[in-house]
Design a protein around this ligand. Structure first.
Ligand SMILES: [Zn+2]
Ligand SMILES: [Zn+2]
Length: 286
């Protein structure tokens, strides 16, 4: 897939009909990969004398020194995107999924909620980094298969492709609460790392917290969740939450503190397409 409309990077040949100047593409039909991989376009890779070997330099006889290969800048940019996607921890099936590839024209029950959320995501990405605009977080809630994780990850993918933003995807139990619990265990390699873990979650520019409040949480867990969203709110960092419960259901938890913070930092959007198979055909998640 041509990435021309998804990234400002132009390291390929401006006249190339395949990448239209980007220098690399998203190859979608790749064995053992549900989301595809980034590949160098032939306009920079085909005649490349370095053979794709880092640091992508070649010896120039006339100048008697090493010079960047023709592929150099395109490979560096491609590697930069791959690095950010990997570092963000986006689940394999949602890697490189973007808003423009979701078909919103198919008729399906409960589609409207998804379309509205899709519009919010679109505006958030469009206005990212614009002066005077402070992006509001999102609280995407709905049942299994409603497309909330897909949408949250599409926002991360597009912020990485378009702006090179540092992002993080985390399942709230597995990646946050459990890692903090591990840091209390003497035998764990995370022992004593509680503050470091929390700092990573607070500092990252954009954070997706998937399955927020999926299980019945203890007072300890609720206070961890509150501290996390509160510190991100204080730092003015963008947080996108997905949950299977409505924001109102947070009212009684942690003395209502979680609820009021959520209301201040995230716009609630209800995704209510009830049928897993339908949403998959509609939104092309295979
Ligand atoms: Zn090309
Ligand atoms: Zn090369």
């Amino acid at each position: 897939m041509n990435l021309k409309n998804l990234t400002p990077i132009r390291e390929g040949s401006p006249t190339c009909k395949i990448c239209e100047g980007v220098g690399f593409l998203l190859e979608e039909n790749v064995k053992n990969s549900s989301s595809g991989v980034l590949v160098l376009c032939s306009c920079v890779g085909e005649s490349c004398p370095c053979g794709g070997k880092a640091p992508y330099m070649v010896y120039d006889e006339s100048q008697n020194k090493m010079l960047p290969c023709v592929c150099h800048d395109a490979r560096i940019e491609l590697g930069g995107i791959e690095f950010l996607v990997r570092k963000a921890g986006i689940p394999p099936r949602y890697k490189y999924r973007t808003l423009d590839r979701m078909d919103l024209n198919v008729d399906a029950p409960g589609k409207d909620g998804f379309v509205i959320a899709h519009n919010w995501a679109h505006d958030l990405i469009r206005d990212w980094g614009k002066e005077g605009i402070k992006p509001e977080g999102l609280y995407l809630w709905g049942g299994t298969g409603s497309g909330k994780t897909l949408l949250a990850c599409a926002i991360l993918n597009e912020l990485i492709l378009r702006y090179g933003t540092e992002c993080k995807y985390a399942k709230i139990n597995r990646d946050f609460l459990s890692t903090i619990r591990d840091s209390y265990q003497k035998e764990s390699e995370l022992h004593g790392m509680e503050q470091t873990i929390k700092k990573q979650f607070t500092d990252v520019e954009v954070l997706v917290l998937d399955d927020f409040g999926a299980n019945k949480e203890s007072d300890w867990a609720n206070s961890q969740l509150y501290d996390l969203i509160d510190s991100r709110y204080e730092e003015e960092k963008l947080t996108i939450l997905t949950s299977n419960i409505s924001p109102v259901e947070w009212k009684d938890k942690a003395e209502g503190r979680i609820f009021s913070r959520l209301m201040e930092m995230a716009h609630p959007l209800h995704l209510d397409c009830p049928d897993y198979r339908l949403i998959h055909s509609v939104y092309k998640v295979e």
